[in-house]
Design a protein around this ligand. Structure first.
Ligand SMILES: NC(=O)c1ccc[n+]([C@@H]2O[C@H](COP(=O)([O-])OP(=O)(O)OC[C@H]3O[C@@H](n4cnc5c(N)ncnc54)[C@H](O)[C@@H]3O)[C@@H](O)[C@H]2O)c1
Length: 384
């Protein structure tokens, strides 16, 4: 195979954001795009014709695309809570699959993903990208060199405020509406989007913290408990979402994790990482990213105390242009780079199915814990 022929399922904002960067890959060609909403697949195909000269087939349903187009791999950028059905169907017919964050929404879906990869021997990768940020790579190297001593604590947050979210989708056209008006809930022409469902328990979106932090600590999360603010009661009135959920997790290497997520209150931006924040504490060294737009990334050692580490940004300034110019601080090109490499050179992708479900399952159980008053739950070991 000289080029990976890629199909795309879901041509919403995430795919539009990735399209320019992914299609820079010299060993990839997009051959099909599918979206259930009016016009979106057509718009992507028109851009790809103009920018790349490719003749891309467009479809309105997954079933039509699976029958009507020939491709080697699929990038699934549709609603994350339905993506596992499509991922498994594709892997069962020998198609390589990349899905988006979060990898799964139930423990059963986690097992189905793992079993599909084991059974079919195809490549699966989760497109989680924050693990490729420059400062995360530096912290990973520090851990490998033993500079933290014994890591006993990891902390992170994903607090992504927007005054309105696209909480409703028009049943006929598929168009989303960004609104602060909960009355759409009573209109039979509209239905709730996955975002509304996900933000009812925002901790579901903790994989962007777990993925980079686990890449530094090693091990996996084995127990989790979580609490949340009351649904629909504080910042976003009339919507059944929580402003914040906070999870406490235990890692098999002995580190405690403290993670939080929220999407509905004005939390404040960070200098390099926008809505994400990370900290690692070891017996010999602590590191953290900037907490606001006013401070810098920092390092603490007992000998030197706190020192600023301004070089710990997101973009790797030594990486090739195509990596540096990608969205999300230069991180968004890495997943397609590793996915194509895994397919063409028969390699294990760095964010493989085990690592993917090890970021999803703790989040799923954290949401369950929050709805059961904070009980501690055990996370299955998917590698057994
Ligand atoms: N890694 C990241 O940084 C990042 C950032 C944003 C979104 N995401 C993920 O990307 C995915 C998409 O996000 P988005 O913001 O574009 O969401 P979105 O809901 O705005 O867009 C999803 C698109 O998929 C289409 N769709 C839904 N069901 C479909 C189906 N059965 N077949 C074909 N098309 C279908 C919708 O019509 C819509 O156009 C989600 O999984 C999200 O979590 C990841």
């Amino acid at each position: 195979m000289k080029k990976v022929r890629l199909a795309v399922l879901g041509a919403g904002p995430r795919w539009s954001g990735l399209e320019g960067s992914y299609t820079e890959h010299p060993e990839l060609e997009v051959v099909a795009v599918c979206d259930i909403a009016d016009g979106l697949a057509e718009e992507s195909a028109a851009r790809l014709k103009t920018n790349k000269g490719w003749d891309v087939k467009v479809f309105r349903s997954y079933e039509e695309m699976a029958k009507g187009a020939a491709y080697d791999a699929v990038m699934i950028t549709c609603d994350p809570d339905v993506q596992v059905d499509y991922a498994v169907a594709e892997m069962d017919r020998g198609i390589h699959v990349m899905t988006e964050v979060p990898a799964a929404y139930t423990i059963d879906q986690c097992f189905r993903l793992v079993n599909a990869v084991r059974k079919n021997g195809v490549k699966y990768q989760l497109a989680e990208q924050t693990r490729y940020w420059y400062f995360i790579k530096q912290w990973r190297k520090m851990a490998e060199r033993g500079e933290f001593g014994r890591i006993f604590y990891a902390e992170g947050e994903y607090l992504h405020y927007s005054p309105d979210w696209d909480y409703f989708r028009n049943k006929k056209t598929g168009a989303h509406v960004w609104t602060h008006d909960p009355s759409y809930d009573n209109d039979p022409e509209w239905e709730r989007t996955w975002r509304y469902r996900a933000f009812m328990d925002p901790i579901w979106y903790m994989p962007h913290e777990l993925s980079p932090l686990l890449s530094i600590t090693g091990g996996r999360i084995d127990t989790v408990s979580c609490v949340g603010t009351e649904k629909g009661k504080s910042y976003t009135e009339g919507f059944e979402v929580r402003d914040l959920e906070c999870a406490l997790l235990h890692n098999t290497n002995g580190a405690l994790f403290s993670l939080r997520a929220g999407f509905n209150a004005p939390y404040g931006w960070k200098r390099d990482t926008g809505c994400h924040w990370y900290q690692i504490k070891g017996t010999e060294c602590t590191v953290e990213s900037s907490r606001s737009t006013l401070d810098l990334p920092k390092q603490f050692t007992p000998a030197a105390g706190w020192v600023d580490r301004p070089e710990w940004g997101c973009v790797d300034l030594e990486a090739d242009e195509v990596f540096r110019h990608a969205a999300h601080g230069g991180a968004d090109y890495y997943p397609i780079y590793y996915f194509v490499d895994a397919i063409l050179n028969d390699k294990q992708p760095p964010m493989d199915v085990y690592k993917a479900v090890e970021t999803a399952a703790p989040a799923i159980l954290a949401a369950e814990s929050a709805n059961k008053g904070g009980v501690q739950l055990e996370v299955p070991d998917f590698r057994k």
